[in-house]
Structures are given as C-alpha cells and as structure tokens.
Design a protein around this ligand. Structure first.
Ligand code: NCD
Length: 317
C-alpha cells in the first residue's frame, strides 16, 4: 500500500475490488464519501498502479468526455484500452447480442465500461460476466461516474455538499446525469429547485423519493427568480435523442439560454455546472465567469475515474 493511502479504510478499499459500478443506488453514503476521498488523493498521486491492465470501452452511443476520460485514466494508471466508439463498427451491426459481445470481450480485458441506449443494459452486461462492469450511461436511466465527478466538483468548488441550495435546469425528464445526481443527493441535506418545461419535469418516481427522504424542493419553469440565491445551478442539454417525437423536441429545444444577463440577479455564490456537451443552454459569454465550473468539472472526470479504476482493479491495495 502506498504512503498516501495508508490511513484509508483498507477493508472498504478491498470491497471495491471487482465490483460493478452500475447505479449510485448500489452504494451507501459512506462508500460514496470514501470514493470522493480516494479521488482527492489522486490529485497528487501520479503512479501507474495498473500496469498491464486492459480496459474495454464499449460505446454504443456517442461520447466525448466519458470515453476519453476513461481512456486517459487507464493510460495514466499504466494500463491500456481497447473497444469501439461506434456500434456501427462492431459486430452488433451484424446482429450480435449484448450478452455475446460481453462474453467475447471479457476474455480480452480486465474491466468493461459500457454506454448503451437501453435502460438496464449495463446491468445486463454486468450479469453476463465476472469482470467488473462500469456503467458509462444506460439510456435515460443512470450515469454513476458522472455523479461521482459532479459530487467531487461540488465539494471542490464549495467545500461541502450538505447545506447547499442546488438548482437543476433543463431536461430533467430524460437526463441520466440529473437522475443519478438527484438520487445520490438524497443522502445529503440539500435543498433543490427543479427548473424545466412542464413536459420535461423530473420523473414522478424521483420526486416521490425526494419527498420520502425529506428533501425540500420546488418546481419552476422560468430561470428567474428560481435561480436567485442558489449555490449551484446544474444546467443540462435537452436530450434530443430520447424524444419519441422530434416535434416535441423542436418545441423545447431552445427554451433556456443562460447568459451573463442573469448574473446581477443570482447573487455572488452561484456556481454553474453542466455535464456537457452544451448546445445553446449556456452562452459562451459565461465561460470566463469565475464560477462557471463546467470545464473544471469535466477535467475532474479523469481524477475521479483514475481513483475508481484503481479501486475496482485493486491498484492501491
Ligand atoms: C451526459 C450524458 O451522456 O448523459 N454527458 C456526459 O457524459 N458528460 C450529458 C448529455 O449528454 O447531455
């Protein structure tokens, strides 16, 4: 065990070895805090602790950040990556099932990260193999590693999670980054403002969960005045690819365009986050606003994914 990790909970570190990362619901609050703590140590820890490890990255849906930050993470850890970024170039195009693909790929790698349009697909993949499977996003369902890097960013920008007032803006219905983050924030003492068009409200099941754990939230259609007094505004893209009817997308696609004009109204504390990619919902004129955190947020993705891979593949035991 490296010096930097001597004082972490060893049993807990061992419990991550070989584990699937499918949904934030699979993790206790203490485990999430543990992951964030280990990730913080990876800011300064640069050793290649996974030499020879191979990560398979199977991306059945477009991705820039998730795929490339996993690739960067495994390579910085001394390992390597194989896979595909477009299902059109894999045997799925010939009709191969997900089960068969996973059964074949497991022989080529030590862990698998998968992104797939079908909800529940990452779970199916995990049940098909003994190799650890990491969900890089399954349809509109979950995106657990995005949530880890989001929480990591919140802590880094704000020094805390408890006590924050967090707004979610945009596509709260189809956004898996929102679903995973809201689910996970149920462990914390936060207040939420949910800002979306009526047709893209947070799913009822999640609103019920917020109620049942006692998180106070309110729903809004307009950015202002809802965003006034918030600590964080988590903005999101309208998820065009999830709309059954593109006409419905056309109606809402440009509904929010956050720009510098909101700044005098929102108070000094507002940190702006976005899982990216953005389309028109955040104007580039906000990029040099000191509390625009979205590029720092995506950079944190590598640190968090290095920590996660090191734990899941036993690199710091
Ligand atoms: C998100 C995703 O794929 O769910 N992107 C990401 O992983 N950073 C958000 C989005 O596509 O809008």
């Amino acid at each position: 065990m490296h010096e930097l990790f001597k004082d972490i909970d060893q049993d807990r570190a061992r419990s991550f070895k070989g584990r699937d990362i499918i949904s934030p619901l699979d993790f206790e609050k203490d485990e999430i805090l543990f992951l964030l703590d280990v990730a913080r140590r990876f800011e300064t820890f640069r050793e290649p602790v996974l030499p020879g490890c191979i990560l398979a990255a199977l991306f059945f849906e477009p991705s820039t950040r998730t795929r490339l930050s996993f690739e960067s993470a495994i390579q910085r850890l001394g390992g390597s990556v194989l896979g595909f970024a477009d299902k059109g170039v894999s045997s799925v195009a010939k009709g191969e099932t997900l089960y068969d693909t996973i059964r074949v790929v497991e022989a080529y790698c030590d862990a698998i990260v998968i992104r797939h349009p079908l909800e529940g697909s990452a779970r199916v993949a995990a049940e098909s193999t003994e190799r650890p499977v990491i969900n890089g996003g399954d349809g509109a369902n979950q995106h657990p590693t995005q949530t880890l890097l989001d929480l990591y960013t919140i802590r880094k920008e704000k020094d805390r999670i408890d006590g924050l007032r967090i707004g979610f803006l945009g596509d709260l219905k189809y956004g898996r980054a929102v679903h995973s983050l809201v689910d996970t924030l149920c462990h914390f003492d936060v207040e939420m403002k949910l800002i979306s068009p009526k047709t893209l409200r947070l799913p009822a099941q999640l609103r019920e969960k917020l109620d049942s754990v006692g998180i106070s939230f309110s729903e809004h259609e307009e950015i202002l005045p809802a965003a006034a007094g918030l600590d964080i505004l988590y903005t999101t893209r309208i998820q065009k690819e999830r709309f059954p009817d593109l006409l419905d997308y056309e109606r809402v696609k440009s509904v929010y365009q956050v720009d510098r004009t909101i700044l005098p109204e929102v108070g000094e504390e507002l940190t702006i986050m976005h899982p990216l990619p953005r389309v028109t919902e955040i104007s580039p004129d906000l990029d040099d606003y000191p509390r625009a955190a979205y590029f720092r947020q995506s950079a944190n993705g590598v640190t968090v994914r290095r920590a996660l891979l090191a734990l899941v593949l036993g690199g710091i035991l």
